[in-house]
Design a protein around this ligand. Structure first.
Ligand SMILES: O=C[C@H](O)[C@H](O)[C@H](O)COP(=O)(O)O
Length: 227
């Protein structure tokens, strides 16, 4: 599995050129990409490439590997954003947010000229929600009210608990995460919009109609899916 992640991360380097502003995603697959990108920059095979991190994790990895970082408010545009995903459906709609970084990821990836997604073949599903819950970032005081409201969508929501901290996970933005399991997601775009309409919801992990290209690591090599 790790080798599949490495292979898509290596393939993603082919999309990076001099003078690009690159959105740096979060998670274990993108971590390889950031490491390889740093190597090319340090070896001066790429010049004037800057990363816009989607999380503290991405920022720390970029600094550790020699990728210069800039904030979203310091750039005019993002040429390309590279990130992993938890699920990818046949229309390239995604679920993201296992790492709780979904809000900043969506802000940056929505604005990118190209959004390139890196996954291994285990992430491909027929229908979103098949394996993974939909993470929803919420204002802490509203978590219970929102968890109850989610039931209207024929779903159950659970407050995500931390493993190296007592109590709930707190996102980079200081919010909580609800993991929502839906009986069936027929229209990802519609659900994405509906969830964001609930007061107290900051963002949700459905990324409908945003991905441009998905690179899939398979045992037979890297496959490219495009919308
Ligand atoms: O918040 C986390 C992100 O959405 C990740 O990009 C996603 O969970 C994929 O991570 P990984 O590459 O570790 O499977």
């Amino acid at each position: 599995m790790e080798e599949l992640k490495r292979s898509v991360a290596r393939e993603a380097l082919k999309f990076i050129e001099d003078d690009m502003i690159v959105g740096l995603g979060t998670g274990s697959t993108t971590a390889y990409f950031i490491e390889y990108l740093g190597k090319l920059i340090m070896e001066e095979e790429l010049e004037d490439v800057y990363g816009v991190p989607t999380s503290y994790q991405a920022r720390l990895l970029a600094l550790e590997n020699g990728v210069p970082v800039v904030g979203l408010d310091e750039v005019d545009a993002i040429d390309i954003a590279i990130d992993g995903a938890d699920e990818v459906d046949p229309h390239l709609n995604l679920i993201k947010g296992r790492g709780a970084a979904l809000a900043m990821e969506k802000i940056i990836e929505y604005r990118a000229g190209t959004f390139l997604v890196l996954v291994d073949e285990s992430k491909l599903v027929e229908r979103l929600g098949q394996k993974m819950p939909v993470p929803i970032e919420v204002i802490p005081a509203a978590w219970r009210a929102i968890a109850e409201e989610i039931e209207v969508f024929n779903a159950t929501a659970e407050l995500r608990m931390a493993s190296k901290k007592d109590g709930p996970v707190v996102t980079d933005n200081g919010n909580f995460i609800l993991d929502a399991r839906f009986h069936r997601i027929d229209d990802p775009l519609d659900l994405e919009i509906e969830l964001n309409n609930i007061p107290g919801v900051v963002e949700n992990g459905i990324f409908a109609d945003i991905a441009d290209i998905v690179l899939v690591g398979t045992k037979g090599g890297v496959k490219r899916l495009e919308r």
